[in-house]
Design a protein around this ligand. Structure first.
Ligand SMILES: NC(=O)c1ccc[n+]([C@@H]2O[C@H](COP(=O)([O-])OP(=O)(O)OC[C@H]3O[C@@H](n4cnc5c(N)ncnc54)[C@H](OP(=O)(O)O)[C@@H]3O)[C@@H](O)[C@H]2O)c1
Length: 255
C-alpha cells in the first residue's frame, strides 16, 4: 500500500468523532495532505475548538454538529456537504464507544453471560447501526467523488479468528458488546465493498492499534499520531489499492 506522495488538494473528508484523539489526528493528517476536513462532533464547543485548532495551523477545517445518537443529523450532514462541497471524497467512520469498561486497559473478566441488554444495544446503536445509517445517507455524495474512500474504524478485538485462538494476544479480552460491534462493522465493510466493487469507491476496516486515548487507556503502547496512520493510509489508497479488507498499518488482519 503506497500513498506517501498523496496530494489531497480539492478533496473533502468527513471524520466522525473528530473533536479529539484518533479522529482529530486523522483530520489533521488528511488536512496536512491538502484535504478540506469536516470535523464531526456531538458538542458544538468542542467541535468548533478542534476545527479552530487546525485552522490556526493553516489547515482547511470546518466543524459539523454530528451526534450519532441522532438519526436526523445524517440528513443535516448530507445537506451541509452537498450545499457546501457538492461531493464527499473521504468518509472516516471514526466515532466509537466502549461501555462495558472505562477503557481497553480495564477489560476484566469475561462477563458475556451477564451483559445487560441496554449495554449491548447502546454499543450497537453507536458502533454499528449509526455507522451504517450515516454511510448510507452520505453514499450519494461519495458516488460524486472520482475516487471515494470509506474507512470504518474497527478493532482487532472484532477479529473472530483471533478470539477463537488461545495463542492470540487478544484471546482473553472478551468485552462482548464492544467486540461484537466491531465484528459487525467488519461485516458491513465486506458487504458494502462487494456492492461497490465495480465503482471507484473503496471500503476498508481499520484497526488503529492499541492507542493512548480515553478509549484505549494509559497502558496503550501507541501515541495518538501513530494511531491515526492506518485511517490516513486507507483514506488515501490509490485507485489500484484494496477494498473490502481489514488492515493495521498496511498489514492485513484476520477477520
Ligand atoms: N484507542 C484504541 O486503542 C482503539 C483501538 C481499536 C479501535 N479503536 C477505535 O478507534 C475509534 C476512535 O477511538 P479513540 O481511541 O480516538 O476513542 P475516544 O478517545 O474515546 O474518542 C471517541 C470519539 O468518538 C466520539 N463519540 C462518542 N459517541 C459519539 C456520538 N454519539 N456521536 C458522535 N461522536 C461520538 C467522542 O466524542 P466526545 O468527545 O463528545 O465524547 C470522541 O470524539 C473508535 O471507533 C474506537 O473503537 C480505538
Amino acid at each position: 500500500m503506497e500513498n506517501q506522495k498523496t496530494n489531497l488538494q480539492g478533496k473533502v473528508a468527513f471524520i466522525t468523532g473528530a473533536n479529539r484523539a484518533i479522529g482529530l489526528e486523522t483530520a489533521r493528517g488528511l488536512a496536512k495532505l491538502g484535504a478540506t476536513v469536516i470535523i464531526g462532533a456531538r458538542d458544538t464547543e468542542k467541535g468548533e475548538a478542534a476545527a479552530e485548532s487546525l485552522r490556526v495551523e493553516g489547515l482547511a477545517a470546518e466543524f459539523l454538529l454530528n451526534d450519532l445518537k441522532r438519526p436526523e443529523d445524517d440528513q443535516t450532514a448530507y445537506d451541509y456537504i452537498a450545499n457546501r462541497h457538492g461531493k464527499l471524497d473521504i468518509l472516516v467512520n471514526n466515532a466509537g464507544i466502549m461501555v462495558e469498561a472505562p477503557s481497553a486497559s480495564d477489560i476484566g473478566e469475561n462477563e458475556t453471560s451477564k451483559l445487560p441488554m441496554e449495554q449491548l444495544r447502546e454499543t450497537f446503536d453507536i458502533n454499528f447501526f449509526a455507522q451504517v445509517r450515516l454511510t448510507q445517507a452520505l453514499l450519494p455524495l461519495i458516488h460524486k467523488s472520482a475516487s471515494g474512500r470509506i474507512v470504518n474504524l474497527s478493532s482487532v478485538l472484532g477479529s473472530l479468528t483471533l478470539h477463537a485462538n488461545p495463542a492470540s494476544p487478544i484471546y482473553s479480552l472478551k468485552a462482548f458488546a464492544y467486540n461484537a460491534t466491531k465484528t459487525a462493522l467488519n461485516a458491513f465493510t465486506v458487504h458494502l465493498a462487494h456492492e461497490l466493487r465495480d465503482t471507484t469507491i473503496k471500503v476498508n476496516s481499520a484497526h488503529p492499534g492499541w492507542v493512548q486515548s480515553e478509549l484505549g487507556g494509559k497502558l496503550a503502547p501507541l501515541g495518538i499520531e501513530d494511531g491515526s496512520l492506518t485511517s490516513i493510509l486507507l483514506a488515501t489508497l490509490p485507485d489500484d489499492g484494496p477494498t473490502g479488507g481489514f488492515f493495521h498499518m498496511g498489514e492485513a488482519l484476520p477477520w
